[in-house]
Design a protein around this ligand. Structure first.
Ligand code: PBG
Length: 324
């Protein structure tokens, strides 16, 4: 019998390209942006080399650069100057994220503006919801607050609302509130399988959202669980999520694959701050080759089944791979 020689398909770049199974598309990358109120809070983040916090004006300029590179989607995180126990900044029609949405949509109507919806950036204790007298995050009070905040984001002109809090029933409540106010066309991208992960460390510096007591393990998922992720995703789809997300990305590619094989809705993956920081740390030390590692990383998210990749590398990737 003739020996089978898989290497025949790897001989030249053209051959490898001909038989390549998956491709990263710049128009499926989402760049997260951190938005602050004061220019003194803007600037580079120490634990996320290459990533800065922007004022509203800075974010508009950044969005313009992204659009020129073919990155059509941004995910906004608002970091208010004042925080309180009730997260009141989150429902302020003139709050930081609402203003940023309005400014970006006014300057770049075709840019897809996604707003992360959570309370942790707005509470003085750093938890994702309203904390009761016993120190627990009150699910239903938090859901009500999220639904109200979602309507203010919608009024500001957001395209997609992305609840990242992991409260039960929030997708349904947000969908109802949006519909009741006439925002039937606003998309919900739910952080459905969001794990209580150590890989969010640098984000909490960026968003000033480190919990002042306890941790997020009573609402975010336990990392060793996979079946539970499918249950969370199924619930969110039932409640009206249009897109579902798995987060973090790298250590959870099995979850991405299983979600892709189980559900028909678009699947997003979030390549989180700690994953970004690890890679940048190794690149800065010369321990790994940056461009190759980043290209490989993004391709592996797509291979695992992600339709949408949220990544701090979006701009940098687009700069090296301009697509028509
Ligand atoms: C808000 C939120 C977090 C992230 C996205 N939305 C932080 C958290 O849950 O603690 C993390 C993003 C990242 O690490 O890049 N709840």
């Amino acid at each position: 019998m003739m020996p089978i020689r898989p290497r025949r398909l790897r001989r030249t770049p053209a051959l490898r390209s001909l038989v390549r199974e998956h491709h990263v598309r710049v128009d499926r990358l989402v760049q997260p942006l951190f938005i602050v109120e004061r220019s003194s809070d803007a600037g580079p983040l120490q634990s996320m080399p290459g990533i800065s916090r922007f004022t509203v004006d800075g974010a508009v300029a950044e969005a313009r650069e992204l659009a020129a590179l073919g990155v059509n989607s941004v995910l906004l995180f608002g970091i208010p100057e004042r925080k309180d126990a009730a997260a009141s900044g989150n429902v302020d029609p003139n709050g930081i994220v609402q203003r940023a949405v309005r400014a970006i949509k006014a300057a770049l109507p075709d840019m897809l503006v996604i707003a992360d919806l959570c309370n942790c950036e707005y509470t003085d204790h750093g938890h994702c919801g309203i904390v009761d007298a016993a120190g627990n995050v009150d699910n239903d009070a938090t859901v009500e607050l999220l639904a109200r905040a979602a309507v203010t984001y919608a009024r500001a002109g957001v395209d997609i609302i992305a609840p990242s809090d992991m409260m039960d029933g929030r997708v349904e409540a947000i969908r109802h509130a949006l519909d009741a106010h006439g925002f039937t066309d606003i998309t919900i991208m739910a952080y459905s399988a969001k794990y209580a992960s150590a890989f969010y460390g640098p984000f909490r510096e960026a968003a000033d959202s480190t919990p002042q007591f306890g941790d997020r393990r009573t609402y975010q998922m336990d990392p060793p669980n996979a079946r539970e992720a499918m249950r969370e995703i199924a619930l969110d789809i039932d409640e009206g999520a249009d897109i579902v997300m798995v987060k973090p990305g790298l250590p959870y590619l099995d979850i991405v694959r299983e979600a892709r094989d189980t559900f028909d809705v678009p699947i997003a993956v979030y390549n989180v701050s700690g994953e970004y920081a690890m890679l940048q740390g190794a690149i800065a030390n010369g321990w790994i080759e940056g461009d190759r590692a980043i290209d490989e990383l993004l391709a592996c998210f797509v291979r695992a089944g992600a339709d949408i990749v949220i990544t701090y590398f979006a701009k940098e990737y687009a700069r090296r791979h301009r697509q028509a």
